[in-house]
Design a protein. Structure first.
Length: 502
């Protein structure tokens, strides 16, 4: 390494930690991770609701550089996953790089250097910025009539109020996505009454969640190769099944039939009809739950499908009834299109991210975009985030980004960004492939962008890994900055994309 890059990473969630590890592993030491909260863990720190778990097997939802032989379950609970990420930060000395309680407010490219302003009044300089701000981070708080009239506590699922008693309470849950399903499953039998307000149903697959016996864990501790084999086994299985998501055919038919058959676990025909979606399985993210169908059949759990009319002092009124409640949880999802915003990002020639994304977020291979040199994104637009392990995606992206930064360190170039034409062609290819995906078969979901098309990678995650592992050099524009004057002249010679055809 001929020179040492200064890298600022925004966010110390799963992908921020991953990025930090890969950079350190490549010998980069000048890394500053800006974390607005007081701890690492991102979504696993913010979400602490009862029943929180990952729907990807734990042996596949972990970093390959930090295998954990001690997972308790096939799908381990949220607190255990948070502990895992905390341990990764500790074991690999990542915390040393993290500045907690500091939020990046402005990222400004100043011909050759990023100026990173934070809410404590500081401005740091960086050769590279990597945004690792997560996708499901900003809670979607609906503006339902009369919400302020309700006398009990109301909170979003990602801001769980642990001071609210559950036992003996009547809890309303608004939203029937992955989060609502997990909460209802966990509260059934613990609260006095659980009422799920379902605007529209989601497909749920009743997958069991067995615990790992201590013998299995001991074997994984003794023979780390078992962990690697398990990881590769799950990866292969997920990649095979993922084909069902991106192209019609036998696999899609098999998953569709199996998902629909799962609903037979609900014996009451009326209830079954009420929770049967009118769109294809997998169009929205498929939900895996060992006990949702059991929970909704409990006497203390109700599914209300009549639309919410308004909140009243002691509950929620629908067309026809008033449901009395002590507390309401808004499991109403997130703004999945914000990416690094509200941080203000200003690239080459003062182009802002809001201008560049005025027609919706776009990127080149989910990691970078033209007009923003030396800026990389973890989990940027069109990353393969549908029903797959995001740790695997984060590792592929971190390796890719690290490879570019290492080339900068070897003095190959000073600035790098994807070419406008290459990005446009890539987005056009994705647009052409999207109609074949299951996400385009007619449903609403957080996958869809402003124009109604899915903001996902329309091919297999395997292809994504391969594409990132073998970057097309010709799709990337690099410059060597000789002096400050030539720098300006040269960098300005490239047209700035004011608008991007998606
Ligand atoms: P979501 O899938 O977006 O679901 C939000 C729910 O809130 C939907 O049922 C939606 O109704 C409802 N809703 C939104 N606004 C509403 C309103 N104004 N009135 C009534 N209902 C309203 O959000 P999520 O459940 O938090 O899950 C988001 C994603 O997080 C998942 O898809 C998954 O990727 C991730 N997640 C993963 C896990 C895991 O196990 N790994 C667990 C939790 C979450 P409609 O369906 O009618 O729009």
């Amino acid at each position: 390494m001929k020179r040492s890059p200064r890298v600022v990473i925004v966010g110390s969630g799963m992908s921020g930690l991953c990025m930090t590890w890969y950079l350190k592993n490549a010998g980069v030491e000048d890394i500053t991770v800006l974390e607005k909260a007081a701890d690492v863990g991102g979504t696993w720190r913010d979400n602490s609701y009862p029943g929180l778990a990952c729907d990807v097997p734990s042996r596949f939802y972990q970093f390959r550089f930090a295998p954990n032989p001690d997972w308790s379950h096939l799908f381990s609970p949220g607190p255990e996953i948070l502990d895992y990420f905390r341990k990764v930060a500790d074991d690999h000395d990542l915390r040393r790089h993290i500045v907690f309680g500091v939020e990046a407010t402005d990222l400004t490219w100043d011909t050759g250097v990023w100026r990173v302003a934070t809410n404590d009044g500081n401005v740091r300089e960086a050769d590279f910025v990597v945004t690792a701000t997560g996708i499901l981070h900003h809670p979607n708080i609906p503006d339902l009539p009369g919400m302020s009239d309700f006398q009990g506590p109301i909170f979003h699922s990602a801001r769980w109020d642990h001071s609210v008693p559950i036992e003996g309470a009547r809890i309303g849950v608004v939203g029937s996505g992955s989060t609502g399903v997990q909460i209802v499953s966990a509260l059934g039998g613990n609260a006095d009454q659980v009422v799920l307000f379902q605007r529209s149903p989601h497909w749920v697959v009743p997958v069991p969640n067995p615990g790992y016996p201590s013998l299995t864990r001991a074997a994984h501790r003794l023979l780390p190769v078992l962990d690697q084999l398990a990881y590769l086994g799950y990866r292969t299985a997920f990649e095979r099944v993922s084909v069902a998501l991106v192209q019609p055919g036998v696999r899609r038919t098999v998953v569709t039939r199996a998902t629909k058959a799962g609903l037979r676990a609900v014996k009451d025909r009326k209830l079954r009809a009420a929770i049967t979606p009118d769109f294809e399985p997998m169009c929205r993210r498929l939900i895996f739950s060992p006990d949702f169908y059991r929970a909704v059949q409990r006497a203390d759990v109700r599914v209300v499908t009549t639309p919410i009319d308004r909140f009243v002092a002691d509950g929620i009124a629908t067309d026809g009834e008033q449901v009395k409640l002590d507390a309401v949880v808004l499991a109403t999802g997130f703004d999945s299109h914000a990416f690094m915003r509200p941080t203000q990002v200003s690239g080459r020639d003062g182009l802002t991210i809001d201008q560049a994304w005025s027609d919706g977020p776009f990127a080149y291979h989910g990691v970078a975009l033209p007009g923003f040199p030396n800026l990389f994104m973890a989990m940027g637009p069109h990353s393969p985030v549908g029903n797959y392990s995001l740790t695997a995606i984060a590792e592929a992206q971190a390796q890719h980004i690290t490879a570019w930064i290492s080339r900068w360190a070897d003095d190959e170039f000073d600035t790098i960004e994807p070419r406008y034409e290459a990005t446009r062609a890539h987005n056009a290819e994705m647009k052409a492939a999207l109609p074949g995906t299951v996400w385009s078969t007619g449903c609403t979901s957080w996958y869809l962008g402003k124009d109604g098309t899915p903001e996902l990678w329309p091919w297999s995650p395997e292809k994504y890994r391969h594409v990132l592992a073998r970057p097309r050099r010709e799709d990337w524009e690099t410059h060597k900055l000789l002096t400050a004057t030539t720098t300006r002249a040269r960098v300005k010679s490239t047209p700035t994309p004011k608008m991007m055809e998606k």
